[in-house]
Design a protein around this ligand. Sequence first.
Ligand code: ATP
Ligand code: MG
Ligand code: MG
Ligand code: MG
Length: 565
Amino acid sequence: MRFSRLLIPTTKETPNDATLASHIYLIRGGFIQSVGGSGLYNFLPLGKKVLDRVRSVVKEELDKAGCQEVSLSFVTPASLWEESGRYEKYGKELLRFKDRKNNEFVLGPTHEEMMVNLVRQSVKSYKQLPLNLYQINLKFRDEIRPRFGLMRGREFLMKDGYSFHVSEKDMKREFALMEETYKKIFTRLGLEFKVVEADSGAIGGSGSKEFMVLADSGEDTIVVCDNCDYGANIEAAVRREKACEAKAPETEPGKVHTPDTTTIEALSTFFDADPYYLVKTVAKRALYDEGKSEVVLFALRGSDELQEVKACNAVNANDLVDISEEELEAAGLLAGYMGPTVVPEGVRVVLDNNLKEADSMICGANEKDQHLAGVSFEGMAGDYHDIAAVQEGDLCPKCGSPMRYTKGIEAGHIFQLGTQYSEPLGATFLDENGKAQPMVMGTYGIGVSRLLAAIIEQNHDERGCIWTKESAPFDLQLIVSNIKDEAQVALGEKLYDALSAKGLDILFDDRKDRFGAKMKDYELLGIPHAVVIGKKLQDGLVEFISREGLVKEEVSADDILDVVG
Ligand code: ATP
Ligand code: MG
Ligand code: MG
Ligand code: MG
C-alpha cells in the first residue's frame, strides 16, 4: 500500500494520560484513537491491520485444534444472567440497560450464559459432543479504572471459547489441548510468556491457568521458578474447605487500632516485593468470599476516600483489583503501616513482626499474602476458608529451587468450569443409556486487543514500536528518500511491484516529505524491515534496515530482492 494514500496520522505528541510505551506508541503511530479518554478506542487502518493479523493467528491455531467459530449477540438478555445467578453477583463491571419496552439487557463482558443458551437449544445427545465453540468479538466491562490504552479498555476484543463434554475427563483433555494451542498462538506472535496457576475470579471453576506476557509494566505479579517452569499468579489461592475457629477477639471491636508501623515496608524490602501488590492482594482475596467484606474494612479503612471504593466493592471482589496506588497511599498503606484501623467485630488482627518466620511464605495464597503484608486475621466467623487454608509447600516450587517475583500481562486465561453453568441453565445431553446429564464445560479467553499492547510492551525502544513478524501491519517498508529523484522513484516502483508479487505486504513510503521525517515515522511504526532507496543509488546501493536494533546494511540494488525474499 502507498503511504501517501493511507490514513496514518502519526504525531510527536504524547497523550496526557499515557504512561506505558504501548499506549504512547499506538496513539502516536496512528494505530488507534481514543474516544473521550474512557477506555474506548477507534482502530485506524494500521491498528485494524495489526488486530486482524493477531486475530488470524488466533483463529488459525484454534481451527487447527478443532474449534469452530461462531458469533454471538453482544447484547445479552438479562434473563440469561438471572438464570446463572450472575446478574446480581457480577457487580458494576456489568453494564445493564433497558430497551423501550422495559426489557433488561446487559452488554456481554463474557459469554458463558449466551453460549450455554446456544448449545442447550441445539445439542441433545452425547453423539454431538465434544464441542468447542469460540468467537472473536467485542466485550464490554465497565472497568473502575480503564487505563494504559488497549491494556485495560472498557470495550475490548476478546477471543472467548467454550467447550462442552460428556465427562470431566474429556473436559480435562480439551483443557490440555487448549493450553498447548495457546502456547502455539503466543509463540507465533513472538511473545515471551509464562503459563501460571491462576485464580478463577468472577468466571468461577475449579482449575485455571493464565498466560502471562512477561513485562515490567504488567499489572499482575507472578512467582516463577526458572528451574522447573512452575509459576503462579500471586492472586492464586489453594482453596481448601478449612473453617477457621472463632476466637475471642483480643482487640476491642470498634476500637481504633494502630498496628506496628514498619511491617509492610520491611517485608517488602525483605522479599523485594511491591507493597502495593501485597496489600491489594490481601484485600482482593478477602473479598472473594461473599459477606466477608469486613476484612476489606480492615485493610482499607483509614481513609475517607476509600469508603466509597469499599462500598461499591462489597458486592464484587473483582472491582477491587483496580484500586490505585494513590488510593492505597492515601490510606497510609504505602507509607508502611496498615492503619489506623477499626477492627471489625469478631476479628482479631495478628501482626507478624517476625520477618524470618515469613521466609517460606513468599508465594501468593492468602495466608502467605497476609504474612507478606504483615498481618493475619483470626476469628473470622463461620466457614471462612482461604484464610489460613494454605499450607506451606502448597504453592512452592515443585522442585525446591528458590522462586522469584516478576511482572506479567494477563493475555489469556483458561478455566475448567465443570457444570457450574450447564446445571442452572439446564444444558443437558442424553447419555448412552438415555439419561439426561449436565454437560461438563471448559472456557478459554484471550485478550486479542490487549495483545497489541502486550506485544509492544515487550518489543519497543525509545523510538517506537518493534512489531514481531506475525503481528506486524506490513512485512516491509519501502522508502524512497527523495521523491523528486527519478531514478529513486523508478526503482521504488519496480521493487514495490516485485516484492508485492513475491507475496510480501509492503508499505511504500512514496510521500513528498523529508527523508528525516520518513525515517522517524518508520521507527515509530515499527515494521520489522525497511529498504531505503537514497543517494547511494548512484553507486548502485540501497539500505536494508532491521527495525530491531536499527541494524543497517548496504546492499546492491540488484541483490535486494534476494536479501528481502
Ligand atoms: P484482568 O485481571 O486483567 O482484569 P480478567 O481476569 O478480568 O483480566 P478474564 O475474565 O480472564 O479477564 O478475561 C479473559 C481475557 O480478556 C483476559 O485474560 C485479558 O487478556 C482480557 N481482558 C480482560 N479484561 C480486559 C480489559 N479491560 N481490556 C482488555 N482486555 C481485557
Ligand atoms: Mg478483570
Ligand atoms: Mg485476571
Ligand atoms: Mg482472568
